[in-house]
Design a protein around this ligand. Structure first.
Ligand SMILES: C[S@@+](CC[C@H](N)C(=O)[O-])C[C@H]1O[C@@H](n2cnc3c(N)ncnc32)[C@H](O)[C@@H]1O
Length: 321
């Protein structure tokens, strides 16, 4: 544990100075840097959130550190109270349904700052805090491109992309998600930045169905950041991003103006973008094939993330009609 603590303390000193310079109060401090310590440690303005990835080899010689031991070490390394360190143990994928379920009820929140914007992070209650730090650069890029554009945010979660677009001067935003509580959180994030005007619309719907029922809408900029897997009683079909991304991308392109920009992102490890099937599906549903598709990762992964495969992101330009 000594190596682990020393590493965190050393990186934190440097990174905190960097973060102050760029006005960030939430950033990654440790990213599975040492092979025996498989976790990520994120700083949220005086608190730490640790995501621990248990070893998949139960027979190995060195057992994983207990959540309590990790909590004590991280607290010492960052010089904060143990009660300010939140340890989440990540279970393997495809129990995807559980990913967004509540773990706790304490409701410990931090309002963090990014690029001059205030965002609410919940440190205690869910696997994820409500702010995906690995999308920070994409939010900044989106903000620069948003001025005067209509923006669509699919699977909007807590609305951090919506907030970036609104702050960048988007003419309107539409945010779609199945979850009532995440939509309320998204609205709260806008309100915290005095950006909760009527031009920012929140819609509770299954994205797959909504896209097909709203073909007459048009947007100039969009983000599509689906979960890798999704199953819900409110959905007509389940979602598996490796299988379903061509249809989802084609259905989104159907709502974009010519030369509209779509950011498509996924955290699915081993993801392969199927360009041929995107073109084929677009043809089948009567939509122009994309004018271009450019991958923005790994360049768009923030410097505090050592894992350059944390997500993959593509910038797709809609074709003409
Ligand atoms: C932003 S996505 C996941 C992002 C991240 N890339 C990941 O893999 O964890 C999570 C959001 O998708 C929403 N969601 C899941 N299935 C949905 C569906 N069929 N329609 C609308 N929203 C959905 C959830 O409510 C949640 O807010």
């Amino acid at each position: 544990m000594r190596d682990f603590e020393n590493r965190i303390a050393k990186v934190f000193r440097h990174r905190r100075r960097w973060a102050r310079r760029v006005s960030l109060t939430a950033f990654r401090v440790y990213d599975r840097d040492i092979p025996g310590h498989r976790c990520a440690v994120d700083w949220y303005d005086g608190h730490a959130v640790v995501t621990s990835y248990p070893s998949s080899h139960p027979g190995k010689k060195i057992p994983d550190a207990s959540p309590g031991a990790i909590q004590r070490s991280v607290a010492r390394a960052l010089e904060i109270e143990e009660s300010k360190v939140f340890v989440k143990v990540r279970v393997p994928r495809s129990r995807g349904r559980q990913q967004y379920q509540r773990l706790d009820e304490r409701g410990v929140v931090a309002v963090v700052e990014e690029n001059g914007l205030r965002l609410v992070a919940n440190l205690s209650d869910f696997n994820d805090t409500g702010l995906f730090l690995d999308h920070r650069e994409t939010r900044a890029r989106l903000r620069e491109e948003a001025s005067g554009r209509s923006f669509l945010n699919l699977f909007c979660y807590t609305g951090s992309f919506t907030l970036a677009a609104a702050a960048g001067g988007a003419s309107s935003t539409t945010s779609v998600d199945l979850s009532k509580s995440y939509l309320e959180w998204a609205r709260d994030n806008l309100a915290k930045n005095a950006l909760d005007g009527p031009e920012h619309e929140m819609i509770r719907a299954d994205v797959l169905r909504w896209l097909r029922q709203n073909r007459d809408r048009r947007y100039e900029l969009a983000v599509l950041d689906p979960p890798s897997f999704s199953v819900s009683k409110k959905m007509t079909t389940d979602l598996r991003i490796d299988r379903d991304h061509p249809r989802l991308i084609a259905d989104t392109l159907a709502l974009l103006s010519p030369a509209g920009i779509l950011y498509f992102s996924t955290n699915y490890r081993g993801f392969e973008l199927d360009e041929a099937r995107i073109e084929q599906t677009a043809r089948e549903i009567g939509v122009a094939k994309p004018a271009s598709i450019e991958e923005t990762t790994p360049g768009s992964i923030p410097p505090d993330f050592r894992d350059k495969g944390v997500h993959r992101c593509f910038r797709v330009i809609a074709g003409g009609r």
